[in-house]
Ligand binder design. Structure first.
Ligand code: ADP
Ligand code: ZN
Length: 213
């Protein structure tokens, strides 16, 4: 039996499409801030376009940090995208001939993104969703956990801990803000590993740091 595990390796997925037309699936790229989720999403989308597949890309309206009509990575890679309010708007905006749908910042969409991703995949679309798997307190960030559960293929990306250089799995908020969602980049967050991640002053993260020495 062929190994279907895809670790950032979409060559195999492209082959699947060739062999079984009209079969869709869901790929999720999840990790902390600065872990390269957007870069990886853009890489896969560019390759799909080179393969002459019809691609549409969406991001949530809340995230217009660098651009309204592009996904922009922290390394300045960019790809055209459409800003959209709700997951249901994605369904309405996907053209019948679209073969690949890319979605960035999946954690900022509503819970309905799970249904929308399933509908598109069943219709034969390759759905690629990138998003933060945890918020700044280390709590799973819905609907990413649900998307990870239904995805055929999962890629976990890691940043580099700015304190010690180890692989980082957490997004440390470095300013005092009480809201769960406070959109920002290096001015507000930094990548940290488990040892260097510290509970936030106004939202203790005791489930992660209890055994801290
Ligand atoms: P994400 O979408 O996961 O936030 P991006 O794809 O936007 O990540 O950005 C990844 C890029 O961010 C890296 O290639 C690197 O240039 C830059 N970067 C800045 N800080 C870090 C860090 N602490 N660890 C890794 N990459 C970092
Ligand atoms: Zn560290």
């Amino acid at each position: 039996m062929e190994n279907l595990t895809a670790q950032g390796n979409d060559e195999h997925l492209s082959q699947l499409r060739t062999h079984q037309p009209n079969v869709g699936w869901i790929e999720v790229i999840a990790g902390s801030m600065f872990s390269g989720k957007s870069e990886e999403l853009i890489r896969r989308l560019r390759r799909a376009k080179i393969a002459r597949q019809r691609v549409q890309v969406f991001k949530p309206h809340i995230d217009v940090r660098y651009s309204v009509d592009h996904i922009v990575s922290h390394s300045e890679m960019r790809h055209e995208s459409k800003s959209i309010e709700t997951a249901a708007d994605i369904l309405a905006a996907v053209a019948p001939e679209t073969e690949v749908v890319g979605i960035d910042e999946g954690q900022f969409f509503d819970a309905d993104l799970v249904r929308v991703a399933n509908v598109l995949a069943r219709r034969g679309v390759r759905v690629i969703i990138a998003g933060l798997d945890q918020d700044y307190t280390g709590t799973p960030f819905e609907p990413m956990p649900q998307l990870l559960a239904i995805a055929e293929y999962i890629t976990k990306t890691h940043a580099i801990c700015v304190r010690c250089g180890q692989p980082a799995n957490y997004s440390q908020r470095i300013v005092e803000r009480a809201e769960r969602v406070a959109v920002g980049a290096a001015d507000m967050y930094e990548a940290r590993c488990r040892r260097c991640f510290v509970p936030h002053a106004d939202t203790p993260t005791s489930h992660i740091t209890e055994a801290d020495d």
